[in-house]
Design a protein around this ligand. Sequence first.
Ligand code: NAD
Length: 347
Amino acid sequence: SARPRILMLGDPPYLRLEQWDHFQQRFEVVSPDLSSREGFMQALRENRYGDFEGIVKFAVETGNGASPWNEELISLLPSSVKLFAAAGAGFDYLSLSALNARNIAFANSRGAGDTATSDIALFLILATFRLTSYSEWAARTGDPKVFNEVHLEIGSKSRNPSGKILGCVGLGAIQREVARKARALGMKVCYYDVVSPPEEVIEALDAEKCETLHELAGKADCVSVSVPYMDSTHHLIDAHFLSAMKPNSRIVNTARGPVIDQAALIEALKSGHLLSAGLDVHEFEPQVSRELIEMKQVTLTTHIGGVAQETFVEFERLVMSNTERFLLDGEQLLTPIGKQFEPSKAR
Ligand code: NAD
């Protein structure tokens, strides 16, 4: 019998080649032309790819030519489509409600990058306490005078994370790992989340609950932001939150740039109210703020939280396994995303 047809956005798997071989025996994989969004939409209108049942995306970096996957685009999909399975933990490039309205299930690759992303969060936390970016900048000048000056200056500002409070904005899968690792540095944990984490998670982390975001702001020596980006989390960290933070405290963001009001953060750093920040994600990514670039106490990375080969192996496994389970074996998706996480606007 005919194999179900699958539309593949972007590059094929390159790590789990055995599973990929098997997958291609079970599905007919078609690569659409994504060089222009308009061209792709026209191809859908003309039914150029026929009746396909699933859409797969194995990498975050490729296959984005048709984005955003908003209602305008999704309404053009044939009624045969049942599943969209994608790499990555975020899903702010598509409208879940538009998929829901068409009865198309969505699975992301949540969990795949938890280890990698929490490692980077821990690195940024450490960097904000010890001001390692400033030190690295000084070392790279190759100037003995700068070396000695910065050594002295950092001595007056550097603090141990040990005994300090990590304020977790969101206590989901990644943040639980961040908190567990930060406790190895001797940090204490408090959190604010709109959903109560399981009791055993709270116990294992000895985490103190904050009833409001504002309460967390006033408690933390370092805030770690790890919530999905949606309407309700756009600028969740705003001038009001930042001014409620302790003087000389720190903030780390490994979630999505626009969860923090970047202009307000720059002000809080400029005024000296905040000592430092560690940012893996940026409000106007891939453009990094000029003002932040100039601030040596700030550590900046290029959205590398999840970027490790182990993550990519898991992306490939989850996308293929979800597709096989759902379309062929009549089994539940491993990592479905429900309606409760509606991202704001498809970018
Ligand atoms: P998750 O769904 O397991 O956890 C998110 C938590 O945030 C949940 O517990 C949720 O209840 C909570 N939350 C939602 N809205 C909130 C609000 N207004 N206030 C407080 N808490 C709120 O997700 P996760 O897998 O831990 O990932 C978190 C985010 O990290 C992802 O959505 C993604 O955007 C980002 N991420 C970034 C990278 C990177 O490379 N930097 C890698 C992976 C994921």
